[in-house]
Design a protein around this ligand. Structure first.
Ligand SMILES: O=c1ccn([C@@H]2O[C@H](COP(=O)(O)O)[C@@H](O)[C@H]2O)c(=O)[nH]1
Length: 238
């Protein structure tokens, strides 16, 4: 478990490279965070070159949530290591062989590129889904049981941890132990809208429940004054 703002990755969900660059510069003047998260919106528009430019040496969580056959995911993980990310991820529902292939590809690529080995983690159940959404897509719920099932599988496959909602933190800590990394979006300070997130908690609650890293986007990046929002978050967490 980590304390405070230094455990928070800021999600840069935009396709506007100048806007993203401006956010990184602005937030870089504030209290220190864990780094920045680049996801599908930015990466699809600007790729590795844009990602490198915008994150500018800050630790990178490359949130591309790979979900494909094992050979394809292994190749994607290998390619992603050229960016020297701190964290990469896959969907746990891609299955055991896919997760093992991802972990092995990260080991091999880290050696081949002389790069630090990132955390390879698996998304369990998206934080935008609740029990009734799981029913709709034919996944066995409730969400907290499905999260635990997928987290145990990810751990058996040699992954470093999972992405889960803050609501499952206590269960996962108990069952998966202190060294299994729990990376947690669905974070909403009590002054922010929940938007499309359904399984949420405040940042302070998530840290107390055992999160290793928090992921926070819109409460900061969509605020009128993102630096002031980051400072408010820091004082919430202090
Ligand atoms: O289950 C998941 C997995 C990933 N995310 C990502 O985290 C951020 C959250 O952004 P907010 O603006 O704070 O809602 C976003 O990039 C998602 O792609 C998630 O929310 N839930």
């Amino acid at each position: 478990m980590t304390d405070g703002l230094e455990s928070v990755f800021i999600a840069l969900d935009t396709s506007d490279p100048l806007g993203a660059r401006h956010l990184v510069r602005t937030l870089g003047k504030g209290p220190r965070t864990a780094g920045f998260k680049i996801g599908k919106e930015f990466f699809t528009a600007h790729g590795p070159v844009g990602t490198r430019e915008v994150t500018d040496g800050y630790p990178l969580f490359l949130d591309l949530k790979f979900h494909d056959i094992p050979n394809t995911v292994a190749g994607a993980i290998r390619s992603s290591l050229q960016l020297r990310p701190a964290i990469v991820n896959v969907h746990a529902s891609g299955g055991a062989a896919m997760m093992r292939a991802a972990a092995q590809a990260a080991d091999e690529a880290a050696t081949a590129f002389d790069a630090p080995r990132p955390w390879v983690i698996a998304v369990t159940v998206l934080t935008s889904l609740d029990d009734s959404d799981l029913d709709q897509v034919g996944q066995a719920g409730p969400a907290r049981e499905q999260v635990l099932r997928l987290a145990r599988l990810a751990q058996d496959c040699g992954l470093d941890g999972v992405v889960c909602s803050p609501r499952e933190l206590a269960d996962l800590r108990r069952h998966c132990g202190p060294d299994f990394r729990l990376v947690v979006p669905g974070i909403r300070p009590d002054w922010a809208d929940s938007g499309d997130q359904k399984r949420t908690m405040t940042p302070g609650e998530a840290i107390s429940a055992g999160a290793d890293r928090l992921v926070i986007g819109r409460p900061v990046t969509a605020a009128k004054d993102p630096l002031a929002a980051l400072q408010r978050l820091a004082s919430d967490l202090a």
